[in-house]
Design a protein around this ligand. Structure first.
Ligand SMILES: Nc1ncnc2c1ncn2[C@@H]1O[C@H](COP(=O)(O)OP(=O)(O)OP(=O)(O)O)[C@@H](O)[C@H]1O
Ligand SMILES: [Mg+2]
Length: 480
């Protein structure tokens, strides 16, 4: 193995020190909100409790970043570690000290003893200081977790008079909450009316009077027809029109160099390992270097693996936007060779990019990890994000294959989608909606025509009811 540490200084000047949140803004710093997004931003800024939703690729995450940047004191959270990393926030569990068990109504009543326990905890200051709580990827927040958060917001309002705006973002047609196989029986006993565990099915969701803002203009897909077919799948596609259009227009054979999107992690890891093994070029292994005194940083999910294994010939994906515009977050390419420093460490990985056909020399990247803290600003406390540490690695991931779960939120330009082991609702829609160009997407396995795996009936009903509600309440500038 080459000595990675000693190359650090040489490479320092070539590194991009941009903060991690900025690095994850897919379209770059100069992209502007479209008219629909700008109108939605105005509603978010009104202070109402909101649910920002819309089809995959309508720019929900893009808009959410603008909202966060424009807010005074915002606590940014997401349902999973990877989603929290993408948005530059904490997991909901960490921000709200949520126990890892099935939470009952009694657990989150926040009586005097429970309230005293919560307010003694290290996170309470953040909750007390925030004006707005943002929850990204809300579809994966389990109902009991949502009840706990809503319980905290209610107790905070009733006991201290402090009202916090709630902004949820996501699409319930995408991945649902995880209920582990060992938890299933206990879950069904505790929540017999909510077997899937969706947050919107709780009384707390109704009590919070959450206004739905739905983005309709798909930015990810290149053609209207493609976006329209996906929209049909999202709504359950009762007569199979969307499915048929996708099957007719998708590439009939595997797309050369397309990323394989698989249902299970085992399948994705095994495809990557096998493909790497097959190459007869020398293996390079580069550990990710973490520089932090904070124990918390060590527990956070990183954008890259703890150790990157590469060979010349390996398929890779870039995981940042290049400030020079040579590649984007999610661009695919093939490793050509490694450029070594005098001491034998790797200075650059030379990657031939699929999009442009150009060879680009990729240096290591430094990700700053920012954590929220409570600061006094004038008379009131508010939340600021300050650097808790950093980690350094080449901004690359093996990309012969990737799971559907890891692909939620991503945009790819070529994909071979394996739907054979898809087992839950929303997975199919997430997998089929990642690619901007239908002719560069191939499907392996059967896309069910029954609608059963495609969408969940409770979700369809929820959106229909919300649309009716917003029609009745006002003629919204942003339609559902
Ligand atoms: N106003 C805009 N200008 C330029 N690019 C945009 C704009 N809005 C969104 N995009 C780009 O479109 C793509 C999809 O956006 P984004 O990932 O925010 O969608 P999303 O609704 O969050 O999708 P998903 O539901 O899959 O997470 C991204 O590459 C993003 O950078
Ligand atoms: Mg998103």
């Amino acid at each position: 193995m080459k000595n990675f540490e000693t190359a650090k200084d040489t490479q320092k000047n070539q590194m991009n020190n941009a903060a991690s949140a900025a690095a994850q803004t897919p379209a770059g710093a100069n992209a502007k909100l479209n008219a629909e997004q700008a109108e939605a931003l105005r509603i978010l800024q009104s202070g109402a409790n909101c649910f920002l939703t819309g089809s995959a690729g309508t720019g929900k995450s893009f808009l959410l970043r603008s909202f966060i940047e424009s807010s005074r004191s915002v606590l940014v959270t997401a349902s999973t570690g990877i989603a929290a990393v993408r948005i530059g926030g904490l997991t909901l569990h960490s921000a709200f000290c949520i126990p890892r068990k099935i939470i009952t109504s009694r657990d989150c009543a926040f009586d005097d003893a429970q309230w005293a326990r919560l307010t003694r905890g290290k996170r309470y200051r953040l909750i007390h200081a925030c004006d707005t709580l943002v929850i990204d990827e809300i579809s994966m927040v389990r109902a009991d977790v949502f009840k706990w958060v809503a319980g905290v917001l209610r107790a905070e309002r009733e006991r201290t008079g402090h009202k916090i705006q709630l902004v949820c973002c996501g699409d319930f047609h995408q991945l649902p909450p995880v209920i582990g196989s060992q938890e299933k029986t206990a879950w069904n006993t505790a929540y017999p009316d909510n077997p899937e565990g969706f947050a919107f099915q709780t009384q707390e969701w109704k009590d919070l009077n959450i206004r739905m803002i739905s983005l309709t203009q798909v930015v990810r897909q290149r053609t209207r027809e493609h976006a329209a077919a996906l929209d049909l799948l999202r709504r359950g596609d009762p007569d199979g029109t969307g499915r048929n259009w996708i099957l007719k227009n998708a590439a009939p054979k595997p797309v050369p160099n397309g990323i394989c999107i698989c249902a299970t992690r085992k399948e994705a890891d095994s495809k990557n390992e096998k493909a790497l093994d097959k190459l007869d070029t020398p293996l390079e292994s580069v550990p990710t270097v973490i520089d932090s005194t904070s124990d918390e940083l060590k527990k956070l999910t990183m954008v890259v693996e703890p150790k990157l294994h590469l060979k010349a010939g390996a398929r890779v994906m870039t995981v940042i936007n290049d400030p020079g515009g040579r590649f984007q977050n999610g661009s695919l390419g093939t490793v050509r060779e490694f450029i070594y420093d005098d001491d034998g460490s790797i200075m650059f990985v030379r990657v031939n990019m699929d999009d442009t056909g150009m060879d680009v020399d990729i240096a290591q990247h430094k990700w700053e990890v920012k954590l929220p803290e409570c600061v006094d600003s004038g008379s009131e406390a508010c939340i600021r994000y300050s650097t808790a540490g950093e980690y350094t690695q080449f901004p690359l991931r093996l990309a012969w294959a990737c799971t559907i779960h890891k692909s939620q939120g991503a945009t790819y330009n070529a994909a071979n989608i394996s739907v054979k082991r898809v087992w839950e609702t929303g997975q199919m829609y997430v997998a089929l909606s990642r690619c901007s160009d239908i002719s560069r997407m191939h499907i392996e396995g059967r896309v069910s025509s029954s609608g059963k795996v495609l969408q969940n009936k409770a979700v369809i009903k929820f959106y229909e009811a919300e649309r009716e509600k917003s029609k009745a309440a006002f003629a919204p500038a942003v339609s559902a």
